[in-house]
Write a protein that binds this ligand. Structure first.
Ligand SMILES: [Zn+2]
Length: 233
């Protein structure tokens, strides 16, 4: 079990932890700030003990840090980890922007649903099923609405709560999610409904800045791929 320090403070960049396993080029620590790939959010990169971390993934309740060279590490050793903050912060901004974009698109089409979300430091993309036709004008209006909501400097709250439905929460039931049993992680932007998410978010929408919303390549199945990028990355 790896303690998820990024859930306590999404803004922390450095930490100390103990090595609990070394497997090939992967390190497992007793605690980490490195977000493991999951829920569509890319895994963090950075350094551990000065060695480059190229990706981070889940394994059971642990977090696997894939390093360039694990030969200098041993079990029980205390190491210092530093995440690539510039990259992670872009991911946090884009991830939060995707939530705002969903609210804006739902105002356009109350029956729309989003799936297959994926966010890294370049862009966020989600595949939407719309009941209405998404014309270029409607997409431009949704982009303007997303930026209007973002510009209101709305606070973003995060908390864990007990819930009978926790076992149906995709974050909780996912193998190796690291979620405490019976809890779901909620987030809420001021004035909008609370939703479940295990990713990392900014504290205030003002941190996102202006975004661009565009149609991506056709994902098939009658869906429309919507991509969000930072206008000023
Ligand atoms: Zn989220």
């Amino acid at each position: 079990m790896t303690e998820r320090l990024f859930w306590k403070d999404a803004y922390a960049r450095e930490f100390d932890a103990a090595v609990v396993a070394v497997r090939g080029n992967a390190l497992v620590l007793d605690a980490t700030l490195f977000f493991p790939e999951g829920g569509g959010q890319a895994g963090d990169t950075g350094t551990i003990g000065g060695v480059k971390v190229v990706d981070t993934r889940k394994e059971g309740d642990g977090v696997l840090h894939l390093v360039a060279d694990a030969s200098s590490f041993s079990v029980g050793q205390t190491v210092h980890g530093v995440i690539d903050w510039e990259r992670r912060y872009k991911i946090m901004r884009l991830h939060t922007a995707a939530h705002v974009g969903f609210f804006a698109l739902r105002e356009f089409d109350a029956g729309c649903t989003a799936s297959s979300g994926r966010v890294d430091d370049e862009k966020e993309r989600s595949d939407y099923t719309f009941m209405k036709e998404l014309t270029p004008e409607a997409l431009a209006a949704a982009e303007a609405r997303t930026n209007e909501i973002i510009s209101r400097n709305l606070g973003v709250r995060i908390w864990f709560e007990e819930s009978e439905g926790a076992e149906t929460n995709p974050w909780t039931r996912a193998p190796g999610s690291g979620f405490p049993a019976g809890l779901r992680r909620k987030w809420q932007i001021d004035g909008f409904e609370a939703m479940d998410c295990g990713g990392t978010h900014v504290r205030n929408t003002s941190e996102i800045g202006v975004v661009r919303m565009s149609k991506g390549k056709n994902p098939g199945g009658g869906k429309k791929r919507i991509e969000i990028r930072l206008a000023d990355p």
